[in-house]
Design a protein around this ligand. Sequence first.
Ligand SMILES: Cc1ncc(COP(=O)(O)O)c(C=O)c1O
Length: 435
Amino acid sequence: MVPPEGASVEAEVTIEEIRQVLSTMPDGFFGANLFDHREASAASRVICNRSPFRYYGPNCTNEADLFEAECSRYFGSRYAHTTNSGTGALMAALHALGVGPGDEVIVPGYLWIADCNAVLLRGAIPVMGEIDTTLNLDPADLRRKINRRTKCIIAIHMAGAPADMDAIGRVAGDYGIPTLEDFSQCVGGAVAGRMVGTIGSIGIASLQLNKMITCGEGGLVICNDEAYHARVVSRTDLGNSRVGDAVDGSADVNLTVGEGRRFNEISAAIMRVQLERLPGMLTRLREIKRYIKSQLRNLGNVTFRRIVDEDGDTGSTIAVMFDSPAERVRFQDASSSLFQRGELQTVGLVDAGCHIYYNCETIVRKVPALPGGFPWSLPENSNSTNYSYDKGLLPVTDSLIERTISFSIPPDITEVQVDAWVAGFTAVCQELDAA
Ligand SMILES: Cc1ncc(COP(=O)(O)O)c(C=O)c1O
């Protein structure tokens, strides 16, 4: 067992011993790290039934239907619908909200590129919002960015911890603008007992590789609104509503152009096992994160990211902020010299590629999503020429990104590895103090 909060690691260990233990530490890949015979037998159940198709075929075991019902129960949403990817889920949710040409969608500057891409594919323009020390959308800057074009807000719960949904909800409510929660990186997170994804108007999650629960590729949309749900179902399929395994060709109010983003039964069967694992994984990660934070609290150079609800943090990621970019660089240099093979597994947010707005070529270079410059060149978006997405657009976000490092806690980390990680991190801080 991890010692209780307040206990400390007393044993004298050498850096070489720490390195050795850390070199055996698994990567922080969450749900995929826990794959075993249960996921294998779920997948083979579908294969043995020769029924990998959602909606069609003989012996259908309705894994996607069952997973969706289980998601509704777990997240506490009236509806849940699976898609082929998180991007597909974003596209479907933006369709449900009616986002299109002439609209602006506010997205935090610490993001994933898919959030911008989906907005562009809908013909709308992403507008960048600052983040705050939660590393999620800053409600005060959000208020400043809203104008008459704002159609929707995407609150992305980044790196395992919820955004300040109460404050964001107040801003959204003041202007009557719907909020799409992207909880891809925070599945199982909550704010004051409400699961992320269910607090705003509609929620989406990717079920891709480095997510809390995963089947490799997949997406999920959850909501309480019947009309949103119906639009999501038809858009991710053929464009018609479904009644059982038939499409409704009559006076269908949800008739649209289908995007063919159906989930598949093998993935759904795997996801059902992953969802069962989620509560146990959350308990474990939260326990480890509390312990690690309690051990690091007395190190002078450590400030943790602000967590809006400690009980609702997934516990998946520790994010530490330094006073300046130079301090962060000093930490990383000291870490690389003590742990030359990257055994500590800490990464600078600055190296997070397309998680940072100014690294997303699609917006920075205004790459057309369709021939003819769509959506940038559309007359409805004529004001988009005013937008720039270059570094410097969001000074607060830029500074936070340059000052922060993070560590993804593998759910299968052992207690010995946890203690080695704490000892390794402490050793790096002591190097800095001594310098
Ligand atoms: C926050 C966030 N949103 C959306 C996505 C897109 O998901 P996918 O790769 O399944 O399309 C990801 C995937 O990494 C993500 O992290």
